[in-house]
Design a protein. Structure first.
Length: 301
């Protein structure tokens, strides 16, 4: 593996020490450098796009959402993960006030509370420190072991929690058989590989799922017709120790991915479909921060 790609992966690991963004509910979901065709001030373009997505309530909207008036905690959290230390540039006092309102509302569920708290912390507000009980409740909800059936829920929880508590106790993943021809098993294996850093047996996880790892070169070869598992495979690349992928594969995948960058309103974000008229996705964009070559934050990061 070349020095350049190692440098990008190292930086990616530092930024997302636990990021994958499903990542998030999507990928099971953080800037790792890009090719020379991407401007080095990419973070400025992202700021501009996210400013366009600020809703009437101060929170960030998702362009793939059917509701484009008020923003959501989830959209704001994704924006915070995408911009990292540059996030305060796209928030206002109204944003911070709305996040605190959500945090104080008794009906707010645990994941939404944690996402709101991450966004509040990254917004630069010192008041995030007043909500330690939410972090403790999140820690208490972490299991000791994770099975395939519980994998998605665990990743969603720990992915958010470690942004607030880096020393949170990690669970052990119990191995499961993953046939790459079975959609849910393939997705689960890719999710586990993408998020190997969230397991106490992370080195073991990176060698799991040999059939899926063997299929990775084909999965990342082209975005055409592969849906979400294409993006899941991209985020799994650097953690799949038995895939045989090298720097040339990563560079080729980055070139293919950049064909999905930009839509009419938001040139810096990624879309899921090849059709340039299809909407951009903030969920996909945030998850792609874990992919070497997806972004170049240059001097601004």
């Amino acid at each position: 593996m070349g020095t350049g790609i190692r440098r990008r992966i190292s930086r990616c690991t530092r930024l997302i020490k636990g990021t994958s963004l499903i990542a998030l509910a999507l990928i099971g979901l953080t800037a790792c450098g890009a090719g020379p065709v991407v401007p080095t001030n990419d973070v400025s373009a992202i700021k501009e796009d996210l400013m366009k997505l600020q809703g009437t309530n101060g929170l960030i909207m998702r362009p793939e959402s059917s509701t484009l008036a008020k923003g959501s905690v989830h959209g704001t959290y994704l924006a915070a993960r995408l911009l990292d230390t540059s996030f305060p540039a796209v928030v206002s006092e109204r944003t911070r006030d709305e996040l605190e309102r959500v945090l104080k509302a008794p009906e707010t569920d645990q994941i939404t509370q944690l996402k709101a708290l991450v966004a509040l912390k990254r917004s630069g507000s010192p008041s995030w420190g007043n909500y330690g009980s939410i972090i403790e409740q999140g820690r208490a909800a972490l299991p000791a072991t994770v099975t395939f059936a519980k994998l998605s829920g665990y990743i969603e929880l720990v992915d958010v929690l470690v942004q607030l508590e880096p020393n949170a106790r990690l669970a052990r993943l119990e191995a499961f058989d993953a046939d790459p021809g079975v959609e849910d098993l393939l997705s689960g294996a890719l999710m586990a590989l993408s998020n190997s850093m969230y397991f106490s047996n992370k080195e073991e996880v990176r060698s799991m799922f040999p059939a899926v790892q063997s299929a990775l070169p084909q999965l990342i070869d082209s975005s055409k017709g592969k849906g979400l598992n294409y993006f899941r495979a991209l985020t799994a690349m650097t953690s799949a120790s038995r895939s045989g992928l090298g720097s040339n594969d990563f560079d080729k995948a980055a070139e293919e991915l950049r064909t999905l960058k930009g839509c009419k309103e938001f040139p810096s974000l990624y879309r899921m479909e090849a059709d340039k008229a299809s909407p951009c996705s903030l969920s996909i964009s945030a998850a792609m921060i874990a992919v070497p070559g997806a972004y170049d934050f240059g001097e601004n990061k």
